[in-house]
Structure formats: C-alpha cells, structure tokens
Design a protein. Structure first.
Length: 285
C-alpha cells in the first residue's frame, strides 16, 4: 500500500486554495480589462449645437469614416490674413468640440482654417470610442481637409492628451507638414501605469496608442508641449516621447502648468502652432 495515499486529500485542498488565491486577483484584473474603455474615454455625448452659434462664421460639416459613420464636426475659417494652412484638432478623452471653441478662435486669429474633430461617441456622434475607431475618425478628418483643397504640406495636426496618440498614428498614413503634441506620452500604458500602478496594464490594455513607435521613424517635424505640474500625464512622459521622435522640431515645458490649464486653450497654444507653420508651411499662402 502506498503510505503517501492519505496525504492526497490534503494536497488537493492545498492546490485548490492556491488556485483560488490565484484566481481571485486574475478575476479582478479581467474585470478591470473589460471595463477599461470606461476608464479611458469620458465623452460628452450631448449634441454640441451649431458651429455658427459657438463660432461666428464657422460651418457644420460631416466626416464619413471607413466603417460608414457620419461624424459631425466644425470648420472654422481664418478671421485674419489667410495662411492657406489648415489645423486638424484631435481632442483629448473628455468633453466635446464645444469646449474647444476658444482654441479654434485663437487658431483662427493666427490665420488658420481649423477643423474641430469630435470622435465617435462624442458630441452627439454615433458609435463608441476605441483606438481603432479613433484612428478611422482621424483619417476621415484628414481626407475631408484634402477634399477641401488643403494639401498635406499645408496641414498641421494638433493633438492634445489622448489625441496625441491619435495624431501620431495618423502621421504614419497621412503625413502632414508638421505636428504639435500637447501633453503627449510614449505609449498609453505608461499613462495607465501612473494611475493604476497595481494593475499589469502592459498585459491587459486593449487600446495601446504607441505614439513613440509611430513617430520614431517619421521625418515630420514635431513640437512637444507639456506642463511641469501636469498630474494626468506627467511631463517626464512627454519628455520621453520627445526623445524618441524621428524629427523633434521643438520641446517646450511650461513651468507650473497643469493638464487642463487655460494656457492650453488660447493664444499661447495658437502661437506655438503658428511658429511651426512659419517654418514648415511657407509656400501655402
């Protein structure tokens, strides 16, 4: 008779408890993975209203995506000497285009035509946001500007926060004259790790936005803007992205600026875009 036989029930119980101990955190991780898009995207789903009501002279336009969605957007003409340059604004993860009206006004005052994009699920638009979906939305916006007569050499992309990853990917398929990134990150997992350090985000993250990878081999001039007091996307992450881009035109770290401070929505930001356009889009006037 095998004298070890009586130990087997105890072994089974031990293995069962071990499996349970491993399963509980795994379930917690998987639940968080299934809900992660709710933790990433915070759309204001209410309709943004008419362009002209928010921005006198602006136009309501519709962008058609590859998967058949029709997205409402606003097109703001320049209100001073026309540079012949369009700025595609790829927003962050919250609000809708109505909240970017002051930025559009500031850019128009610099002579730009401004396309305020709202992603799927934002501003009354159909669909639900995801990395792949936002990429299609951005391509639809770039195509729209091309159809309106803006060559790629006369287009600047501006991405803020989450939108910097959207712009970085768009640059690989529709390279513009230049790119301005405000509060960018090398990859979205680095941001998630700041806010959820106890989760294995590198393993479970569905929407990854690998901005550094998308810009590392690009020759498109890139301006990186960040605030030293940003507690959403720390400036060290923006600097890490800056170190990895293929063609860094400028890096500006604004002392004591937070993630959502007014400086990012008015004349200062518009001046940074204008400085880049002066260098890379001279022939568009």
């Amino acid at each position: 008779m095998d004298e070890r036989q009586p130990e087997r029930p105890q072994l089974r119980r031990t293995l069962g408890l071990l499996a349970l101990a491993l399963a509980v955190p795994l379930v917690v991780v998987m639940v968080n993975a299934s809900l992660q898009r709710q933790l990433i995207y915070y759309p204001d789903t209410s309709p943004a209203g008419s362009a002209a009501a928010a921005l006198p002279g602006a136009e309501d336009v519709v962008l058609t995506t590859e998967d058949g969605l029709e997205l409402d957007a606003w097109l703001m003409p320049p209100d001073t000497t026309d540079r012949g340059v369009a700025v595609l604004v790829a927003p962050g993860n919250a609000g809708n285009r109505a909240g970017r009206a002051p930025l559009a006004s500031a850019l128009a005052a610099q002579g730009f035509t401004v396309l305020l994009l709202d992603y799927r699920g934002y501003g009354g638009n159909p669909g639900s946001p995801s990395e792949q979906g936002l990429a299609m939305d951005a391509r639809a916006a770039a195509t729209f500007l091309s159809q309106r007569g803006f060559a790629r050499g006369c287009t600047i992309y501006y991405g803020e926060s989450l939108g910097t990853g959207v712009v970085a990917r768009l640059t690989t398929t529709h390279p513009p004259a230049g790119v301005v990134l405000r509060s960018p990150y090398p990859r979205f997992a680095a941001v998630a790790k700041v806010h959820y350090p106890w989760l294995p985000v590198e393993l479970i993250l569905v929407d990854r936005f690998p901005a550094r990878d998308n810009l590392s081999a690009s020759d498109v001039p890139v301006v990186v803007l960040a605030g030293s007091a940003d507690d959403i996307i720390p400036s060290r992450l923006s600097e890490e992205l800056a170190e990895g881009v293929g063609n860094l035109h400028a890096k500006v770290i604004v002392a004591n600026a937070g993630h959502n401070d007014p400086i990012w929505h008015g004349p200062f930001l518009a001046e940074q875009v204008a400085n880049l356009a002066d260098e890379v889009a001279r022939s568009c006037r």
